[in-house]
Design a protein around this ligand. Structure first.
Ligand code: PLP
Length: 244
């Protein structure tokens, strides 16, 4: 068992044992997918998505071994970081970041997963200069063609490769995508393989290493790992059945 980082308060109505089981189950399925696809074990980082979960639930998740935590909304992230001032925790912003919230958010996180425009990337590149420890970033690709999703299309990202490569103060470590809420492994798989292909092309054109692929959520993380994810962002799978 992993060491307890923050103690869990007694909370009537939350089934901690079930939570622990769910976390173990997700970790087990990640390990199996790594094994099946011939990848070495432990290469995939599990980012536990805590958006819209109360602090007690986040504490419980930490007690079950989670230390990389993902939040969608900057304001919710700020208040959770304040409520859980544990230096061992690594916070990830996985949702959309508005330029005017960037300055306050950057010092709190290790990674911004959803950098979805050149304008935001250039804004973060400028801000990074003044930070002792700027977070790394992933560029978000919209590969499903849905207007509602943020990010570059496949062609647009390649067309921007030189301008992207010119942002040298912020560390661009990889790409991120969302197949969609509630998609299954097989529905999502083509999106994941496309992200890997886009990463390979952008790597050639930009000279960036782009080692990270942030892809896969509760319904589709197994396919994501099989297609090369290095970061999976899982939320609801942990909280199934924990309300008593
Ligand atoms: C909510 C969310 C997740 C987690 O989704 P679940 O289906 O709850 O696992 C992952 N990534 C992003 C960008 C999200 O908004």
């Amino acid at each position: 068992m992993l060491p307890t980082l923050v103690s869990v308060p007694e909370r009537v109505g939350m089934n901690i044992e079930r939570l622990r089981q769910n976390v173990g189950d997700v970790r087990g399925r990640i390990a199996e997918a790594e094994h099946r696809s011939g990848r070495s074990s432990g290469g995939v980082k599990l980012v536990a998505v805590t958006k819209r979960q109360p602090i007690e639930a986040v504490r419980a998740l930490i007690d079950c071994g989670a230390s990389d935590l993902g939040e969608n909304y900057p304001q919710e992230l700020w208040s959770k970081v304040e409520a859980l001032p544990d230096p061992k925790l690594r916070w990830h912003l996985i949702g959309h970041l508005q330029g005017n919230k960037a300055k306050r958010t950057l010092p709190l996180v290790v990674m911004v997963h959803g950098v979805d425009s050149l304008k935001l990337l250039q804004n973060l590149d400028e801000l990074a200069e003044s930070l002792p420890n700027p977070p790394s970033v992933c560029l978000q690709a919209n590969l499903s063609g849905e207007e509602s999703k943020h990010g570059w299309t496949y062609e647009a990202m390649l067309a921007d490769s030189e301008v992207i490569a010119a942002c040298q103060k912020i560390s661009i470590v990889g790409l991120m995508t969302m197949a969609g809420y509630g998609t299954t492994d097989e529905e999502a798989r083509p999106t994941f393989s496309k992200l890997r292909e886009l990463r390979d092309q952008l790597r050639t054109r930009s000279g960036l290493a782009l080692a990270e692929l942030s892809m896969g959520m509760s319904g589709d993380f197994v396919a994501a790992v099989e297609e090369g994810a290095t970061l999976v962002r899982v939320g609801s799978a942990f909280f199934e059945g924990i309300e008593t």
